[in-house]
Each structure stands twice: as structure tokens, then as C-alpha cells.
Design a protein around this ligand. Structure first.
Ligand SMILES: NC(=O)c1ccc[n+]([C@@H]2O[C@H](COP(=O)([O-])OP(=O)(O)OC[C@H]3O[C@@H](n4cnc5c(N)ncnc54)[C@H](O)[C@@H]3O)[C@@H](O)[C@H]2O)c1
Length: 303
């Protein structure tokens, strides 16, 4: 089966691409390498399109020629502070870019399924685990662009009847991180030899899911029987505070790590909790395998 993965050279793509290739799919990647890295993935040059999803004509040309049976749309910008500072760029890539993909996907007769990477950022502030049916209310431009993407995908499904999966990713961690999120920030300071590290807000808790588990969930979802239009949360269902993540590093390096709050890193608007209810995904037979300790150990082993 021919699969096109947009944003496949990015952080999550670098786990999804090899997993899908291993399953025997013929994998093509479209990425402008703005955040991704060509070396993260081992697709051949004739399976890699260096292109921008905002370039409507190029996107049309590539997808028309390829005639994929499955599209996994990961390309986006998503580092929330960056999106807040560049709202037009975030909307342009995440909304107009998605429209360009869907616009040509509508004409592709071979297409059997579309997978859209959405986010937990579509949910409002909530202290409890979030189910897919929870009320939606993004707090920032990033969440808003992804919620718009979900609506566009729904319209695409209503028009074409092509199976459409919306997957709301929670906080990814693992190798090949491309954005300065919490875990790579801790990693980079520890790798410099620091044992007093500077971080921003310490209390927020997040549901960290390893990219290898994300890849196994994507594999599961793309092979399900005909599903119509459906939405799945993808997290681990456990939340950790910043301090607990630092403690996971301490356990692996077997050294004490002190934390200093750096006022420059404090996010003014921050959720205290962001936890997935993943029972829907587990009900179709998916189980995460990577705990926080295994994941951190794996990161350190690759330093
Ligand atoms: N990392 C997370 O914790 C997280 C959480 C929720 C949702 N997501 C979503 O998952 C998807 C993948 O995220 P990631 O963490 O791998 O990020 P990433 O930045 O590593 O990957 C995105 C990829 O898209 C590419 N890209 C960006 N703009 C593009 C454009 N205009 N044209 C073509 N390619 C472009 C980048 O070069 C990169 O390779 C994104 O849609 C993101 O919104 C990620």
C-alpha cells in the first residue's frame, strides 16, 4: 500500500515512518525540513519530496502523481510559544496547508484513508482525564488551528466518504525531539554536565507518551476495519509533573539534580493538568509499552 506521510521527517514522524515501513507499506514522505531532519528517516531519495504544504501547486502535483492509498498528515508547526509569537504563520501552515492536502486528496480515487494529527490543545483547562467527547475549547492559536483542521477533515469525510481518523496527540517524548520542550530541555542541560538546571513552571502535569507507542497506535488505527470518521486520544493515561520528570532522570543518572526556576522560561498562561482518557484506543487493542523510566533510560543510552 502506498502511503504519503507529510511531516514524516519530524520528531514523531521519525518513529512512525520506520514502523510503517517495517509493516511493508511503500512509504513516501513530504516535508520542507523546517523542523525535521532528512537523516531521521531512511526513505530513499525517490520517496522523499522536499516541499512545503503551503505550496498548493506543488502539493497537487506530488499527490496527483503519487496516487496514495493512505495519507498520514503530520506536517504542522506546534511549539506553542512559537505559534503564539507567529500566529499568521501557524494558521497559514496548519490551516491553509491542511486545506491544500485535503483539496487534492478529494480527487484521489485510490485514497482509502486519511489520518490527521490533532492535539490535546483542542481541549479546555480541565483537572480530570479528558475523553474524546469532552467539550472543546482551545486556549491558544495552535489549538485553534488544529481544531479547524479537525473540522476541515470532517467536511472532507462528509464529501468523500473516505475513512478519516483524527488522533489527538498528548505530550510526545522520545528520540529526535525537534522543539525545545521540557524533556529535551532537561536532557540538554544535563548533557552539558549541569546538575543544577534552570526550568520554567514546575507544577504543571502532562501525559507523556513515547513516540514508539505513538507509532504503534498509528499502525493500529490505519489497519482497522472500515471506520468512517472517528476521533481518538493518544496519550498514556498517566500524568507527571516537571519535578517527577527530573526525578526520572535522577534515577537513571544516579545523581541528585537541583532545579532553579528561571523567570524567563515561565509561561504566563499554563494548564496545571493535561491528561488523556485513552480507554477508547485501549478498547481496540492498543497498549503503551514505554514507561517514563524506560523512555528516559533509552534517551540517556543514546547520548
Ligand atoms: N510533539 C508533540 O508533543 C505533539 C503533541 C500534539 C500534537 N502534535 C502534532 O504531531 C505532528 C508532528 O509533530 P512533531 O512533534 O513530530 O513535530 P515536528 O516539528 O518534529 O514535525 C513536524 C514536521 O513537519 C514539517 N513541516 C513543518 N511545516 C511544514 C510545511 N509548511 N510544509 C511541509 N512540512 C512542514 C517539519 O519540518 C517537521 O518535519 C504535528 O502535527 C503536531 O502538531 C505533536
Amino acid at each position: 500500500m502506498k502511503v504519503l506521510i507529510t511531516g514524516g521527517a519530524g520528531f514523531i514522524g521519525s518513529a512512525v515512518v520506520p514502523a510503517i515501513m517495517n509493516d511493508g507499506y511503500d512509504v513516501f514522505v513530504l516535508d520542507n525540513l523546517s523542523f525535521g531532519n532528512r537523516e531521521f528517516i531512511s526513505v530513499k531519495d525517490d520517496h522523499f519530496f522536499l516541499a512545503d504544504i503551503r505550496d498548493e501547486l506543488m502539493v497537487k502535483k506530488i499527490i496527483r502523481k503519487l496516487q496514495p492509498e493512505l495519507i498520514i498528515h503530520l506536517a504542522a508547526i506546534h511549539f506553542i510559544p512559537y505559534c503564539n509569537q507567529h500566529p499568521y504563520e501557524a494558521a497559514d501552515i496548519n490551516i491553509r496547508g491542511t486545506m491544500n492536502i485535503l483539496n487534492v486528496a478529494r480527487e484521489i480515487r485510490t485514497l482509502k484513508r486519511l489520518f490527521f494529527a490533532s492535539t490535546a490543545a483542542v481541549y479546555p483547562i480541565e483537572d480530570k482525564a479528558l475523553k474524546e467527547t469532552h467539550r472543546l475549547h482551545p486556549m491558544d492559536i495552535y489549538g485553534l488551528t488544529k481544531l479547524t483542521g479537525e473540522h476541515l477533515c470532517h467536511e472532507f469525510y462528509l464529501e468523500t466518504g473516505v475513512d478519516t481518523i483524527i488522533c489527538r496527540f498528548f505530550n510526545a517524548f522520545g528520540p529526535n525531539e525537534t522543539n525545545p520542550h521540557l524533556i529535551p530541555e532537561i536532557e540538554s542541560q544535563l548533557r552539558k554536565g549541569l546538575r543544577t538546571i534552570k526550568l520554567g513552571n514546575l507544577t504543571p502535569k502532562r501525559d507523556f507518551i513515547h513516540t514508539y507507542d505513538m507509532a504503534s497506535a498509528v499502525r493500529k488505527l490505519i489497519t482497522m476495519e472500515k471506520m468512517g470518521y472517528d476521533i481518538y486520544n493518544l496519550g498514556r493515561g498517566i500524568e507527571y509533573s516537571v519535578v517527577e520528570i527530573v526525578e526520572a532522570f535522577e534515577r537513571q543518572i544516579k545523581e541528585k539534580v537541583n532545579i532553579e526556576v528561571d523567570p524567563g522560561k515561565i509561561r504566563k498562561v499554563e494548564r496545571e493538568h493535561l491528561l488523556a482518557d485513552v480507554s477508547k484506543l485501549k478498547n481496540i487493542g492498543w497498549e503503551p509499552e514505554w514507561g517514563i523510566d524506560d523512555g528516559v533510560k533509552n534517551l540517556i543510552e543514546n547520548w
